[in-house]
Design a protein around this ligand. Structure first.
Ligand SMILES: Nc1nc2c(ncn2[C@@H]2O[C@H](COP(=O)(O)OP(=O)(O)O)[C@@H](O)[C@H]2O)c(=O)[nH]1
Ligand SMILES: [Mg+2]
Length: 475
């Protein structure tokens, strides 16, 4: 064979080797709103973009062995999806005083190209460098709370909502939209404006449940986090009191153009085109996920908020339980093989409390996790802080030493006063009734740390999450 042909063949072989070494991974980051998804992705991207210069990732084997060569942002694969606003987040963290990245309410994605030296000998023989295309997707966990709707008719949903109007405060908040229902005859031809007004009142009620009562278990999830559906008529529906539906006139078949008819149609449309669509378009494509859980804020907000969060998280985990529900099985074929449960914002407690935080999270998700394990998904539960806003240390008071945190409280952003905080003890198991009477907690939000463009963001154990979620991909 001629030398030129040989060299062409050699180049082809190199190209083939390179191709086979280009790996792909779609990592989903989810959690209820405020759990810390945006902070997590901003920090993860920041850690990776700093590449080999980042010495803050000792728990990530590849980085520790100096096999991580670097990362860069490349165009995302799905052009119809919002881009995760990494630069906006970094600008906020670098401003003076620093701010946390602004909240968003839909799906967004970002692609990073990671370069590394393959860790196994066989791969290293083929090529000295390899690439992992990492797609990171941010989506609200609330959207997974709509899953049970798929098994309900409109009538059943109305009953479900009516049965869940406890406690009294919730029923009180509901009064506004329920009063509006008194003005309509559900069988008369529907007026679009009236429908929109009542749906608006229902949405306001859901927002108040979220903001004033600290509740997360809110249906339909898109009403409070509409994403691209904000203002669309598909969100102009609401539940009716079951009493109306069970009256003899209410149980007769609804005319298509009546209030009842339209509400039924929109409910069905929402199930088909919003809920199922999310599973088909997104969920099915995720390879790995991290579910962030803020255990600390609900401990502050009280018993009801805590139980609601527990319910919501376990409900979210039903989406990973695709083997047993034929409905889900039909919607998507299982793909996720690794799942991290992370108690976020661990910098709000002193380091010796981190184990307790993990234990608390483990108990909180115990029911949902059993199903996940049943599917053969490997899981890890950990406590992390995506962006560490406090310093921990000991404080001497009357010759006794106490663990404490130092940081600037969000409420002191104007004065920039540094405060020493004794955050109290995290319960290592689900809090008993007495706990809520004593309430020795102090989890006030901290100002974000001052970021700059040459150092990676300070964090706690984000490298442990990287190791578990990506570690095996660098063979
Ligand atoms: N101290 C601290 N606060 C955090 C951390 N992550 C998030 N937060 C706080 O939680 C808020 C909500 O976080 P965000 O990432 O926007 O939550 P998302 O709604 O799940 O995207 C932020 O504005 C911060 O106040 C963290 O690692 N440490
Ligand atoms: Mg967010």
């Amino acid at each position: 064979m001629s030398p030129s042909r040989l060299s062409r063949l050699g180049a082809k072989a190199d190209e083939l080797a390179k191709l086979s070494m280009d790996k792909q991974l779609r990592l989903a980051v989810t959690g209820l709103s405020g759990a810390g998804k945006t902070a997590f992705i901003t920090s993860l991207v920041n850690q990776l973009l700093l590449g080999a210069e980042n010495h803050q990732l000792p728990l990530w084997t590849l980085a520790r062995k100096q096999g991580f060569l670097g990362a860069k942002r490349v165009p995302q694969p799905h052009l119809h999806l919002a881009s995760f606003d990494y630069l906006g987040g970094m600008q906020a963290l670098q401003s003076q005083p620093p701010r946390w990245p602004s909240p968003t309410d839909g799906v967004s994605e970002l692609r990073l190209k990671l370069r590394y030296s393959p860790q196994s000998l066989i791969w290293r023989k083929l090529s000295h460098t390899a690439t992992l295309n990492l797609d990171i997707v941010d989506y609200p966990g609330e959207w997974l709370l709509d899953l049970p709707l798929l098994n309900m008719t409109y009538q059943q949903w109305c009953e479900h909502i009516a049965n869940n109007l406890q406690p009294a405060r919730k029923a009180e908040l509901a009064k506004n939209w329920q009063d509006l229902l008194l003005n309509i005859d559900i069988h008369s031809p529907a007026d679009e404006n009236t429908l929109a007004d009542i749906a608006k009142a229902y949405t306001e009620y859901l927002h108040r449940c979220k903001d004033e009562l600290g509740l997360h278990h809110i249906q339909p999830g898109r009403f409070v986090l509409p994403g691209e559906l904000a203002g669309a008529p598909i969100l102009a529906f609401f539940p009716l009191p079951p009493a109306l539906l069970s009256e003899p006139s209410g149980s007769r078949k609804a005319q298509k153009s009546s209030y009842l008819g339209l509400l039924e149609q929109r409910f069905e449309y929402y199930k088909e085109h919003v809920v199922k669509q999310f599973y088909r378009q997104h969920f099915v494509k995720f390879d790995r996920q991290i579910v962030l859980v803020d255990c600390l804020s609900p401990l502050n907000s009280g018993h009801q908020s805590f139980c609601d969060m527990q319910l919501a998280i376990n409900q979210i985990l039903h989406s990973f339980n695709y083997g047993q529900t034929s409905l889900l099985r039909r919607l998507f074929a299982p793909k996720i093989d690794k799942l991290v449960f992370a108690a976020s914002k661990a910098d709000h407690v002193t380091p010796e409390q981190h184990d307790k935080l993990v234990q608390l999270l483990s108990q909180l998700i115990a029911e949902g996790k059993r199903h996940v394990k049943f599917e053969g998904i490997s899981t890890q539960t950990m406590a992390l802080a995506s962006i560490k806003a406090t310093q921990s240390g000991k404080v001497q008071i009357n010759s006794q030493s106490f663990s404490a945190l130092k940081g600037i409280l969000q409420s002191d952003a104007d004065s920039q006063k540094v405060t020493t905080v004794f955050p109290g003890e995290v319960p290592a198991s689900l809090p008993k009734p007495e706990f809520w009477q004593q309430q020795g907690f102090e989890f006030s939000p901290f100002q974000a740390p001052q970021a700059n463009s040459f150092e990676a963001l300070p964090h706690i154990r984000i490298d442990q999450a990287i190791e578990f979620l990506l570690g095996d991909k660098f063979k």
